[in-house]
Design a protein around this ligand. Sequence first.
Ligand code: ZN
Length: 446
Amino acid sequence: MKEVFDYIDSSHDSAIELLSKLVRQPSVAATGQGIKECSELVTNLLGEIGANPKVYDLGEGSPVIAGEIKSKKNPKKTILFYNHYDVQPPEPLELWDSPPFSPTIKEGTMYGRGVSDDKGELAGRLKLTEAFLKTWNDVPCNFKFVFEGEEEIGSIHLGKYVKKSPEIFRADGVIWEFGGVDPKERPQVILGVKGILYIELTSKIAKKDAHSSLGAIVENPAWRLVGALSTLKKDDEILIPGWYEDVKRFTKEELEWIRKAPYDAKSVKHELGIKNFIADMGVDEAKKALAGKPTCTICGMNSGYTGVGSKTVLPSEAFAKIDFRLVPDQDPDDLIKKLRKHLVSKGYGDVEIAYSEGEKAKRTSPREPLAIAAKEAAESVYQKPAIVEISSAGTGPMYLFDSPCVAIGGGHAFTNAHAPNENKRLDYLVSGMKWVADTVNRFAIQ
Ligand SMILES: [Zn+2]
C-alpha cells in the first residue's frame, strides 16, 4: 500500500480543492436548493476518475448517481461506497463564523456545510480511488459507487431505487457513508444502525375548541392522549405486547465487544446535566441499550393553549409525535399493527395513528471478513487498538443493502454535523482515506 499512501499524502492539496468544490455547491435536500447542480457535479467527478457514471432519476426527489470501476486482477469481488451529496439546511446563518457555502480553512480544519457530512467522505472515496488507479493502474477489486441525494431527509426514495435498479446496490461489502475516530481519537469500526418507526398519535373529540367549563360534561382529548401514551412505556420497557418478539439477541462475541468498548458515561451525564440514566442503569447496561435496545420517545406533544398566562379552554384535539428506535429483526410494518391492536385493547381505539417513516435496523457480524479487514486496517494506519461498535444508536438506510456494511472514514467527534460551523480536520481527511483504502485492499485479497 506504500505507493497508494504516498500518492494520498502528496495529493493532499488536490483533495482539499475537490472538497472545497463540493462544499461551494449547495445541495439542501430539505428545500431542493442546488440538488440538481450537485448531482451533476458528482456525476462529472465520477466520470473524471473513469467510473462510468449513470444517473438514476425516478422524477421525484433527488436522483441517485451510481458508478463502477472494474478490477483487472480481481474482477470477482466488489466493494460498494455508499455516500450522499445532499446536506442539512445551513440555518441559523448568524451562528456561523464563516459563510456555510464558502469553505474556509483555519488551523488545519475546513469549515462549511457538508464538509464532514458527507462531502468530506465522498471526496475521500473519489481521491482514494484515484490513488489506486494512478499508482497501480487498477483497483484491488471492483469498485461501485452509490451517491444519493436524500439521506438528510430520511432517504425517502432510496428503497424505490433499490427495487427498480437492484444491480447498482449489489456488492460483496459496503463502506458506509460515515465513520472515524471517537472523542479520544481512537478509530471506531461501527457495524450497524438502529431502525425507526416514526408516528403521530391524535385524539380528536369535539369538532371545535370549547369553554373549559364544559369540562364537566365533555371529554378532553389531551387526557385521552395522555392516557393512551401512558400505556406504551414504563421506565425503559415498552409495554406493547409482542414488541420484543423479533428482537435479535446479541451473540456472545457481540456482548464481549460491547463490554470492551469505552463509554464515557460521566461526560455524557455532565454534558446533558443529568444525574442518572433512565431506570438508573449502569454503564454496562447503558452501552447495551444504546447498541441494541428498542426505544419509545415522545418527541413532541401539542394541545390547547400553551402561551403566556391562562386561557380556560377545552381543546378539541391533541397530538404527539413519537419515534421508536428499532433493532434487528423488528419490522416497522408489523410493529404499527401491534401498536394499533394494543391501543384498541386498552380502550383507546379512537386515538388515530399516522405513519410518518419506517426503516429497519441492520447489523453486520464482527466475524465478517469486511469487519475484520476494517479493524486490522484501522490498527495499521493509526497504530492503536480499534474500537468495535456493534451498532450506532442512530438510524440509516443500511438495511437496503444486502451485504455486510462497515461505517469507517475520516470523521472525528467534534464536527458539528447538522449544526453551525460544521468542520472537518484535514489530517483526518488524509488518514481516513488511507484507512478506507487499506480496508478495501485487505478485503479484496482475503
Ligand atoms: Zn447527516
